[in-house]
Design a protein around this ligand. Sequence first.
Ligand SMILES: [Zn+2]
Length: 290
Amino acid sequence: MDNALQQILIRAELEGHAIGFDEAQQWSAVDGGALVNLGILRPADDAEYLTCDACDDPHDAEVIRDCGHDPRIYCPDVGLYRIGADRLRQWEVDFVRLAHLLSGALGLHGVVQEVTRGRIWLLGRRQVTNRTAEFFLAHGLSRTDSLDVLRTAARLQSSPAPIVFVPDRLPEHAEWRENGRLLLRLSEWAQLENGAFTLHLQAFEDLHRQVADDLEGPLQATPESERDALIKRFCRDHNNCTVTQICFWANVDRGDLSRWKNGSNLIPDGGERALRIERLLQRGYKTRTE
Ligand SMILES: [Zn+2]
């Protein structure tokens, strides 16, 4: 069975998630206490529904508050009955606090910054193997607005080969993995150890180096005969983007893109402009972002 930290990270992916009192009772006192003491969980609004525990058939029941001093629920078998006010307590994951804990656990430099309201945070940066990597926290990436969230997060898009933590669910769309983004599930990598939130950088250093090398290593020039198709495929995979957008992202003018496509020696393979175009079209690396 998943431990308390894993359970709340899985739940945190749901919009408007809440963790109820009955559920929290299943955890060990050490883990439950740590989640609250660390501030990963904060109090949320009281529950409006509870699972009936008065009959043999556990069913959801609405909490009734205007019927005497104590809250009650209605059970078809037992009728109206009183419940302890404690059972109404709920908690939610505090992502800002989680962002600060991650930054601390990884020894990152820089200040935690919100990139996309309530969804993405820049955690800071540090040296990982032979390069400086930026770290982010993002959640809800399997929801239907996932690509909109990515496309409007300019600060994330312009970061080469960053490490992006998600609570539990990885995004399905390949665009999330472009530009060398390494996506890691906290439910897999983070732990509570003696009441402390821990995450060991060494565990995923190698993974990061492989992904960063793929992004920053040498590029193979696309054969001239395949360049037109590469542009078309890129547009199709990027929300039917326009050639104007490609030129903006690669920081080249339209004439340059056209000359590159036609194999003109004014845009030689391995030159700065050809590299910016190839990096964008092959690896999704945007030299400029909106
Ligand atoms: Zn019942």
